[in-house]
Each structure stands twice: as C-alpha cells, then as structure tokens.
Design a protein around this ligand. Structure first.
Ligand code: R5P
Length: 279
C-alpha cells in the first residue's frame, strides 16, 4: 500500500503449533477508514482465514473497512454448480465479506464476470493485460482467448492495442479435469500472437493453444496471463510447447525461481489508481 501513499497498520502475526493463525493490530485505527489488501495465494486457505481475522479485529476497534483489495481471488473458478452436490465456492468464500460492511472489492482479472452476480459486495475488476503487454514492450499482431467463455478478456486487449482477436474451443472434463482444445481456422501465419488468460496452473491450457498456433504458422507465441500459480511441472510444460515468453504479474508472490522467459509486471500503480478513485 506504500505505492498508494497510505500508511500501513502495524500488526503482529504468528501461527500456533497446531497451525491456527493469530494476529493482533497495534496501530490506533479507531474511527479510521482502512483499506485491507490481501492476495489469496499461496496458501489460499490460510490467506482467507487471515483476511477474516484482520477484518474482525478492525471492526472491533471501530475502524471501517469499505475497500478490500484482493489482487488474486482464489476459489473464483468454481463459480457454478457444475455437478450436483458441489458448492459455488466463490460465493461461500466472499459473501461473508458483507458481515464486515465491506462496500467495494477491488480485484485483478476476476475469473468470470458472472461472479458480480453471486456476491452482494460491489466489485471493481481491473483488466491488466494491455498494461502488461505495454510494460513488456513486445509487438503483438493478434490476440487469442484459449476459451470462448473468456473472450471478453481477449477483446478488451485487442481493442486497446488495435489488433484482431479470436478464440479456441476448450472443453474440460468436470470429473477427470482433462482438457480438450478443438482446432479452428485462425489467420495467424507469421504473426506474433498473445494468448490472453487469467490463470496458469498446470500450463496445459496455454501449452495446447501454443502448439495449435505454431501448427498454424505463428511466428512467436506469448502468454499474457495475470495470475501465474505455476503448479509443479508447469514451467517445463510451457517450455516444451515452445512458448516465447510468459508475461505475468505480481498479483501473487512467486515462491520459486522463475526462468528468464518469465516476466513479472508490477501492477501496484493500476491497483492504486482504482483505490484512489474510491477512497
Ligand atoms: C480456466 O477456466 C482458467 O481460466 C484457466 O484457463 C485455467 O485455470 C488454466 O489452467 P491450466 O494452466 O491448468 O490449464
């Protein structure tokens, strides 16, 4: 929050031997408006609990928390009951924010637009891809969404940088988790293409799209993906697919050493701009 010119609340934190978390706020916050910022990865479960502990402590100290900034919104991919008996995880995790009178949630590249209808807190969603491409200084001729449902993301970038865009048909088996990407006609010969998505986890989605693009004659393939969760072997998968560069962001803290072909863009300025509009 120092980039937003806000002072930081002092607090202490520890975990008990059984793994439970403890925190205590030390600053005088009575009557103040506090922006709570917490990215929910890694580890999403403990980060969610930590966020709620902080909100409860602030409420007890008579501080208000109208704005919560969540650069990476965990549990957002389960935004539907895909199979009977499943929870809508995003609703279960974020709806309780209203208990703490949170008025606005500032998030970066929320998984789907429908989430706004599932949570009663108002959401400001920052789409950072065009900013990330500009920061990387690469020339992109065409933008591709690896999934029709996420086309709004590719469209937003393509219109900002004034190039064409299209999508692939991706299907995920809801039981095994396996993905299939169907071939479509795409005019990408000799082009530098940006695959635009919200999350890389196993790298499977981007790798499949990358292979299809090279088979269609693309020159360079960039992945412009906001949240690089990078589970085990994902970097190997992306490298084997011949990805030219992964342009990602600091929406989460990366705990592994990243290779030179991964560029992490700082989004602080974009987030602070949004916070300033609200506060
Ligand atoms: C899914 O709907 C998301 O938007 C991403 O495409 C997905 O999470 C990527 O996962 P992976 O890297 O494991 O293919």
């Amino acid at each position: 929050m120092k980039h937003c010119n806000l002072s930081i609340v002092d607090w202490v934190y520890k975990t008990f031997p059984d793994g439970e978390q403890y925190l205590r706020l030390l600053s005088d916050v009575e009557g103040k408006k506090i922006v709570v910022a917490q990215s929910l990865y890694p580890n999403q479960d403990s980060k969610v609990v930590e966020l709620y502990l902080a909100l409860e402590a602030l409420q007890a100290l008579n501080a208000s928390t109208p704005v919560v900034v969540i650069p990476y919104m965990a549990y957002a991919r389960q935004d539907k009951r895909f199979l009977k008996g499943e929870p809508i995880s995003v609703k279960a995790v974020y709806e309780p924010l209203k208990l703490f009178n949170v008025k606005k949630l500032v998030v970066v590249d929320m998984h789907s637009q429908s989430i706004s209808n599932l949570i009663s807190v108002d959401i400001a969603n920052i789409l950072p891809h065009a900013y990330m491409i500009k920061s990387a200084g690469v020339k992109i001729d065409f933008v591709l969404s690896p999934d029709k449902g996420a086309l709004h993301r590719a469209e937003n970038v393509a219109k900002t940088i004034n190039v064409g865009f299209n999508y692939l048909d991706k299907f995920r088996d809801r039981v095994t988790g396996e993905i299939r990407v169907d071939l479509r006609e795409l005019d990408v010969k000799n082009s530098n293409v940006a695959i635009v998505d919200d999350i890389i986890s196993t790298g499977g989605t981007v790798a499949k799209a990358c292979q299809i693009l090279y088979n269609l004659g693309a020159n360079k393939v960039y992945a412009v993906v906001t949240h690089a969760l990078l589970s085990e072997k994902s970097l190997e998968t992306l490298s084997k697919a011949g990805l030219t560069m992964l342009i990602t962001s600091n929406s989460i803290t990366h705990t592994i050493q990243l290779p030179q072909w991964v560029l992490v863009t700082d989004l602080s300025e974009l987030i602070c701009e949004e916070v300033r509009k609200i506060m």
